[in-house]
Design a protein around this ligand. Structure first.
Ligand SMILES: Nc1ncnc2c1ncn2[C@@H]1O[C@H](COP(=O)(O)OP(=O)(O)O)[C@@H](O)[C@H]1O
Ligand SMILES: [Mg+2]
Length: 246
């Protein structure tokens, strides 16, 4: 499998704080990789660095061999990588269809964007609520609309930052089924999620970070059994708890 996404020694510092400290990894097309680590480990900062929302202090991001670090987020999205936001950044007073259409404008004129939005909403089963205002939606509906907005930019790599945070186990299963279906169409995912059950069930591989550093990578089983990973969670008092912070 060829390398689609390559992160090379990514560092992001805030003042004296190394939020991301020399993280390197590669991702193949069609992979689902989970990024785990305690709160404050640097997961969101790494995501932001990958998609151009956070300038790198040093290091490089390559997509299909092309260096994309230094590009603005919309340019990175145009190259095929985008992220969802940890706290839904939807427009609450706009309809579901309008929210998704604005994202589809990246690659289409208004007419084309409306058609793209409709296709994405149908794919995610959101057609029936296309005209609802976002503020009236349930948590799982908002999570799916977040994904729909990201998908409307037609990414090859989609970064999901805690899209399942407020969901029940059944709702999580529904979102995971959508992610798997999209992966079977060739989309690749990098996923941050607090729920270990979801992470273990969904991901082909895990990257574990703490204090901005990559502690371990491997299959979910390998990483969950890694002494340094266990220590990182024990150190935060979260080991073994259902729904422990990933
Ligand atoms: N914009 C910022 N300015 C200063 N410090 C930040 C900023 N964003 C995040 N941090 C700090 O960087 C570290 C990593 O944060 P974050 O990436 O949000 O972690 P995670 O998503 O794993 O919980 C934390 O110590 C956090 O306080
Ligand atoms: Mg975060």
């Amino acid at each position: 499998m060829g390398v689609l996404l390559q992160a090379e020694a990514i560092c992001v510092t805030f003042g004296g704080l190394k939020a991301v400290d020399g993280v390197s990894f590669t991702m193949g097309a069609g992979e689902i990789i989970g990024l785990i680590g305690p709160n404050g480990a640097g997961k969101t900062t790494l995501f932001n660095a990958l998609v151009g929302l956070q300038p790198l202090t040093s290091g490089a991001v390559r997509l299909d061999g092309e260096t994309i670090s230094g590009l603005k987020p919309h340019k990175v999205a145009a190259k095929g990588m985008t992220k969802t936001f940890q706290n839904a950044a939807l427009f609450p007073d706009m309809s579901v269809a309008e929210n998704v259409t604005t994202a589809a404008l990246l690659r289409h004129d208004l007419k084309g964007a409306r058609a793209k939005a409709e296709a994405v909403l149908d794919k995610l089963g959101l057609g029936p609520i296309a005209d609802a205002d976002v503020r009236d939606l349930t948590f799982p509906q908002k999570a799916l609309v977040e994904m729909a907005r990201a998908l409307a930019t037609e990414p090859r790599v989609l970064l999901l930052d805690e899209v399942m945070a407020a969901l029940t186990p059944t709702e999580m299963d529904e979102v995971m089924a959508v992610i798997r279906a999209l992966r079977s169409e060739g989309l690749s995912f990098l996923v941050v999620e607090h729920h270990m059950r979801a992470i273990m069930a969904l991901c082909d591989r895990l990257l574990a970070v703490n204090f901005g550093r990559l502690l371990a990578q491997g299959t979910p089983r390998e990483v969950a059994a890694d002494p340094q990973v266990i220590e990182a969670y024990l150190g935060h008092g979260a080991a073994g708890k259902e729904g422990a912070h990933a």
